[in-house]
Every structure is written in structure tokens, then in C-alpha cells.
Design a protein around this ligand. Structure first.
Ligand code: ADP
Ligand code: MG
Length: 692
């Protein structure tokens, strides 16, 4: 048998039939291995055992008692049956109650001893416990007297069932999972053995066992991640020969014609890019900078340099709105230098497309700006030398790679406004070199940020009206509806209709959402950019990149639905000009986490700090879309809390690769196989087949 259990079907487990296997599939669980690696989101400490007379009102506790009565059943109404049981520990009685749990009939026989766990309610002299967990008293308890795992579950599978499944999986493999981490590394970093770790991450015998198990599993996850990134980097950068661009004097002339002087941070980032471009290595660089830090101009300078070396450049943006904005902004800067720029988006006519494709092939077009339309197969370049993707976190790796395959080893620049702490970036984007623009252009005012409740709505609209009368513009962003662009669009339409007819009557209001045709979106955006439309009601389609410096108010509806980084991105649409700007988040939630998020937003405008907090609050999982890049997300590691382990894992990965960078030695065999599995998609996209 394959001792990885990644091919062992779920149906081999007790109690799992086809139907339940399907429910598990919905949670991303397809094999026994997946189940073993489905980690608890929390734990409940049920170790303390009390006598019934010691139970405290409101507390959750384990207690032992003997069944005193037969279970009684009372049908209250059609869908409600109440079961009651009387138990006693020799000194005091307790009343236990369950609802609709028909299978309870026949479980409890008077005289039998059970363990119970539940939330205690004391009314007068009566002790009551509703829906307690129960199990027969024995040496080897599973649900009481111990630390019990709590899993993320769905409506189809409840907590108890999930616990049973996991228990069953653990019993099935019973200590036969094969170790992946080489002995020498395990010794050096004091890592527990795999079977012990898997058992104790689910059913820890003590807190110490849990800590040991977690440490090992986090280490393993980060080690594999690091090895994957190092492999990608060694395969993509060093082995290829890139273009060696030459410096040009005209670059300084271009910089002098700009309406502003570059910030120190911009200069530094561009110098790093220049160095890459002048060398014969392929550039693979990420420019990371907070919203509004001025990344676009850096892209323009790089494109200029490429064109002056008689190469072509392409700039890909995630939305048509952004592509068009880039085109309108960049054209006037570069056209005086005799550079020919074209815009290619989904809304170009067939005729325009044909003309552009021709122009690219016969070198009439120097720079192409566009959406993912630019990666279509029939878009061919004669001499593509530089590929830039803006807001790269919005693209999948496939798109980025397809674009760079349009020529032989072009230099690659990716830009993102999802700032992360530099130490973390170095590790996470191990396959890219990084430049950071950590400074905003001078003269920007802090965006005043407020979190308000529904009852402020009227005042918000009055405030918008006042600012519009002073010549400004405003955005109103509608609630995020996960998975459904059409519901989102509908909500936006509704809001648009009411405010246009009632609250903001008399002002020119525009509407934009993902369900509109590209041409409609562009037309709406044009009206907003030129200032004709005063208030723009929008879904999150305006989240990235949009630049209208005259807009100074950003209202975010149901702000609690957005992640911190997303709120920061949205807020970044204002504060781009000389006017004092405002971000008003309407928070409909009374929840603690929502409040924490709003407080952070109100307190700071610093994107790096915000992303750190985001990491802290969100924990592991798919932070800034690693999965989209064909890189596995984290199941257990928390990049914020586990920074120290991350550093150790990086050190371990480097030492393994130093001795055996193809992981071909016997001792590394298991690591190699896991890596192939984890990074399959990404390696295919990058066309990496050798070695691994
Ligand atoms: P982002 O980094 O979010 O992509 P942009 O490149 O869109 O930011 O720049 C935001 C705004 O700042 C633009 O209006 C741009 O013209 C302006 N800008 C960029 N660099 C500077 C600078 N050094 N001084 C003043 N304004 C600048
Ligand atoms: Mg930008």
C-alpha cells in the first residue's frame, strides 16, 4: 500500500459511504491523507472532571454520572421532539436535555455509568445541561476528559461526525505514515516523528504534545514551501540568458519632462531595474509599493528603456478600466519621443485588433498596453523585450507565464500593491527579486477614515453633496457578495436607483459593475474621470489601480465583508490629489473581529502595517492569493505567528539544497515526491520538467 495514503479512498473508512464521501469532497478532502491533514481550527479542553455538586453556572465541564431513568420523549410540535434524561453521581442529580436526537433512544440504560460534557445551567437548585456530549465510561475516552479537536465543518457534516471520521482515519493508518523529513534535519531541529505529530495535532494527550506536533507540521509545511520556491528560482533565473539592454541618454530627458520629480524610493526601485536590464541575466523583479506610491511611472521608464533599445514592451493590467487609464496616462508622456503605443482590450473591434496584431508583427507598434487580451495566442510580437504585469496578485501564474513566453527570455517586471513585510516577501516571493517603494509622493494628506453605523447614512449623503458642491467627486462601493457577481451587480443597481432619485437627487450619479459590457464600463469610467459624473456607485471592480485625483470621498457599504488589505486598496482610490480625502466605512456588524479591523483602518494609512495585521487576524490560508500563483496555500502555518519557524525552515531548505539541489539522494526522495505533488501546477506553467 502507498504509505502516503493519498490514494486511499475515503470509503475504506468506517462510517463513510459514497454520500458522506461527497460531503467530504466539498471540503477539499478526497483521500485518507487529506483527512489526516484536515487540521482542527481549535481545541476544547475537556480534561477537568467535576462532581455534579461542583458544577458552575455557565461553565462547560466534564462530569461522571449514572443513568437514573429511562430516556423520556416529548413531541412539542411537528419538528421538535425533546428528550430528557435524569442522571446522578451518588450525591446530586442533573437533568439532561436533547432536541430531535432520535438515535438517543436505546443508548442509555438505567444503572450504566457515562461521561458527559456540556454547558451547565443552574436554575434554583436544579442542574440542567442541554445537548451534552456523552460517552460510556472507559479508559480510552474520545470526547470527554481530554483535549478535543474542533474542525471547520459544514451543514452536511457536524462536529461529532467529523471527529469520528478523523479518529477512524487515524486508527486505519495506525502509525504507518512514512516520514518525509530526512533524519538529520529532524534531529537538528528537534522535530517530532510524523505519526506522533499527526495523532497529536488531532487528539493531543497534553498541551505539550500538541505544541510538539504543531511545531513539526508547521516546519514541514514551510520547509516544503521553501524548497519549492528555491527550486523555482534556480530553474527560472540562472539557467537562461537574457537581453542585455544599453543605457540611453534620452532616459534623463524623459525624466525631466515629467510634471514631478521622482521620490527617493522610486529612484531606488528604478535603479535596481536598470541594473537588471543592463545585465545579461533575465530580470524577474517584483515592484512592491503601497497604493499611490507611484509604480506606474517606474513601468513607463522601463518600457522606454526597452523601446530605445529597439525592443517592444507590453504592459498587462487586470481590468479594462485600468488598462485604458494606463494608456491615456502613458501615451502623452512617450509619444513626443516618437514611440508608438496601442491599447488592446476585450472591447476593441475586430478591425482594430487586426490592425494591432499586424503592427506588432511588423514592429510598427513599440508598446502594447492591455488586459489579458494581450496574451491571446494570435497576438505575436516581433521583438518583445520587456513584459510588465500590473497588480500582479490579480493574475494567475498561467497568464503571467503565457505572456513571458511570447518571446525568448524577455525581462519580466511585476507590480503589486499588496505590501507585505520585507522579510516575509523575501521568503514568499523566493522566485523573484524585490524592489520596494516605501514612500508616497510628497504633499499627500492622510486620508481621514471613519467607521460608522447605519444611522449615519443621511449625514454621509449630506457630506457627499457638500463636497460635490465644492467641486469634488465621490465613490460609493457596494457590498461584496462572494461567489456571485450578479447579486453584487443587482445590489449596486438598487443603491444607484435610490440615491439618484432620493438622497442625492440633482447630482450626476454613475453606476459601474462587473456584469456590464466592457464598452459600458469604459463609457461610465470616462464620465467619472473627466468630472462629469460626480458620484460613482460601484462594486469592487474599481478596487485596483483606478486613479481620479479629484475624487476625495470613498464610502464603503458593509465594510465588515472586506478583508483589511482590500479595504486599504479601496481607500487608496482617494487621497490622490491635493484635497483632503475621506474614507467612510459603514459597518453593519457588531462582531469583535469586524470592529478590530475597522479600528486598524481608522488608525493607520500604512499599507505594510495593515497587511501585517491582516496576516495576524486572518491567520493561515490563502493570504494574498498564493494559490492563484500555483503555489499551495498554508494548512497550518500562520505566516505571522510562525515567523521564527519560517526562518529555521528556510535555513534548513538552503542546507538541503546546498548538498543536493536536485533532491536526488535517497534521503531526500520523500521530500522530492511531496514537492512534485504540491507544486505540480506551478512547475507545469513554468515549463519546468527537469530534475524534479
Ligand atoms: P500606484 O502605485 O498606486 O500604481 P500611481 O502610479 O497610479 O500609483 O500613482 C499615483 C499618482 O501619483 C498618479 O497621479 C501619479 O501621477 C502620481 N505620482 C507618481 N509619482 C509621483 C511623484 N514622484 N511625485 C508626485 N506625484 C507622483
Ligand atoms: Mg497602479
Amino acid at each position: 500500500m502507498n504509505k502516503n495514503f493519498d490514494e486511499t479512498p475515503l470509503t475504506t473508512l468506517n462510517g463513510v459511504g459514497k454520500r458522506r464521501a461527497l460531503f467530504l469532497n466539498k471540503l477539499g478532502i478526497f483521500s485518507v491523507r487529506d483527512l489526516l491533514y484536515y487540521f482542527p481550527r481549535d481545541y476544547e479542553d475537556r480534561r477537568a472532571i467535576k462532581k455534579i455538586c461542583e458544577l458552575v453556572n455557565g461553565e462547560e465541564c466534564t462530569f461522571v454520572a449514572v443513568v437514573k431513568s429511562d430516556i423520556t420523549k416529548k413531541k412539542i410540535r411537528k419538528n421538535l421532539t425533546i428528550y430528557k434524561l435524569l442522571v446522578c453521581d451518588g450525591h446530586k442529580m442533573a437533568n439532561l436535555t436533547w432536541f430531535n436526537q432520535h438515535y438517543l433512544e436505546g443508548i442509555f440504560q438505567p444503572g450504566e455509568e457515562f461521561l458527559f460534557f456540556g454547558k451547565v445551567k443552574i436554575v434554583g437548585n436544579q442542574i440542567e445541561v442541554t445537548s451534552p456530549v456523552y460517552e460510556k465510561k472507559s479508559e480510552d475516552t474520545k470526547k470527554t476528559c481530554r483535549i478535543v479537536p474542533i474542525y471547520p465543518v459544514t451543514a452536511d457534516i457536524n462536529q461529532g461526525t467529523m471527529q469520528n471520521f478523523i479518529r477512524s482515519a487515524l486508527d486505519t493508518v495506525s502509525g504507518s505514515i512514512v516520514e518525509t523529513i530526512p533524519e538529520i534535519i529532524r534531529k537538528r531541529y528537534n522535530l517530532s516523528e510524523i505519526n506522533y505529530s499527526i495523532e497529536n495535532i488531532h487528539f493531543p494527550n497534553s498541551m505539550e504534545d500538541y505544541e510538539n506536533a504543531r511545531y513539526r507540521l508547521v516546519f514541514e509545511e514551510l520547509l516544503l514551501f521553501q524548497l519549492g520556491m528555491l527550486t523555482l528560482k534556480s530553474k527560472t533565473t540562472t539557467t537562461q540568458n537574457g537581453i542585455q539592454f544599453r543605457p540611453t541618454k534620452e532616459l534623463r530627458q524623459l525624466i525631466e519632462t515629467l510634471p514631478f520629480s521622482l521620490t527617493e524610493a522610486q529612484k531606488r526601485a528604478f535603479e535596481e531595474i536598470e541594473k537588471d536590464m543592463y545585465s545579461n541575466k533575465v530580470m524577474n523583479r517584483l515592484v512592491q509599493g503601497d497604493v499611490g506610491s507611484g509604480k506606474t511611472i517606474i513601468a513607463v521608464l522601463a518600457l522606454f528603456l526597452a523601446v530605445k533599445n529597439r525592443y517592444q514592451g507590453v504592459l498587462m493590467a487586470p481590468t479594462g478600466i485600468l488598462a485604458e487609464q494606463h494608456f491615456n496616462g502613458i501615451m502623452p508622456l512617450l509619444e513626443p519621443f516618437g514611440i508608438n503605443i496601442e491599447l488592446l482590450t476585450g472591447s476593441c473591434t475586430m478591425k482594430q485588433k487586426r490592425r494591432i496584431k499586424e503592427g506588432l508583427k511588423n514592429l510598427e507598434i513599440d508598446i502594447l498596453i492591455g488586459t489579458h487580451a494581450v496574451i491571446q495566442e494570435d497576438v505575436e510580437f516581433a521583438r518583445l523585450g520587456l513584459v510588465i504585469t500590473d497588480e500582479q496578485h490579480r493574475f494567475g501564474v498561467r497568464q503571467r507565464v503565457t505572456l513571458s513566453k511570447k518571446s525568448e527570455n524577455p525581462d519580466i517586471l511585476v507590480m503589486t500593491a499588496t505590501p507585505i513585510p520585507r522579510t516575509l516577501a523575501l521568503i514568499l516571493y523566493g522566485d523573484l527579486d524585490i524592489s520596494v517603494i516605501d514612500q508616497l509622493p510628497p504633499g499627500r494628506k492622510e486620508i481621514k477614515t471613519y467607521s460608522v453605523e447605519e444611522d449615519m447614512r443621511k449625514r454621509i449623503y449630506d457630506f457627499i453633496r457638500k463636497n460635490v458642491n465644492e467641486g469634488r467627486q465621490a465613490y460609493i462601493v457596494c457590498p461584496l457578495v462572494e461567489e456571485s457577481e450578479s447579486i453584487e451587480a443587482k445590489a449596486a443597481e438598487q443603491l444607484y436607483n435610490t440615491i439618484r432619485e432620493v438622497e442625492l437627487k440633482g447630482l450626476t450619479v454613475g453606476l459601474i459593475h462587473g456584469k456590464m459590457k466592457n464598452s459600458e464600463k469604459e463609457a461610465t469610467m470616462k464620465c467619472f474621470v473627466c468630472g462629469k459624473t460626480k458620484v460613482l456607485v460601484s462594486t469592487t471592480v474599481i478596487e485596483v489601480g483606478v486613479n481620479v485625483p479629484n475624487a476625495n470621498i470613498m464610502v464603503i457599504e458593509n465594510a465588515e465583508r472586506f478583508g483589511l488589505s482590500q479595504l486599504h486598496q479601496l481607500r487608496g482610490r482617494v487621497g490622490r490629489g491635493e484635497h483632503q480625502s475621506f474614507c467612510i466605512m459603514i459597518n453593519q456588524s457588531k462582531g469583535k473581529v469586524a470592529k478590530q479591523r475597522m479600528d486598524i483602518m481608522a488608525k493607520t494609512n500604512d499599507g505594510f502595517l495593515i497587511s501585517e495585521k491582516d496576516l495576524e487576524l486572518r491567520g493561515p490560508g490563502d493570504f494574498f492569493g498564493t494559490r492563484q500563483h500555483g503555489i499551495p496555500g498554508f494548512k497550518i502555518a500562520n505566516l505571522y505567528k510562525d515567523m521564527n519557524i519560517l526562518k529555521l525552515a528556510q535555513e534548513a531548505a538552503l542546507s538541503i539544497m546546498k548538498h543536493n539541489n536536485e533532491l536526488s539522494l535517497e534521503e531526500n526522495e520523500k521530500l522530492r515526491l511531496r514537492l512534485i505533488e504540491m507544486f505540480r501546477e506551478r512547475m507545469q506553467a513554468d515549463g519546468i520538467t527537469c530534475g524534479l
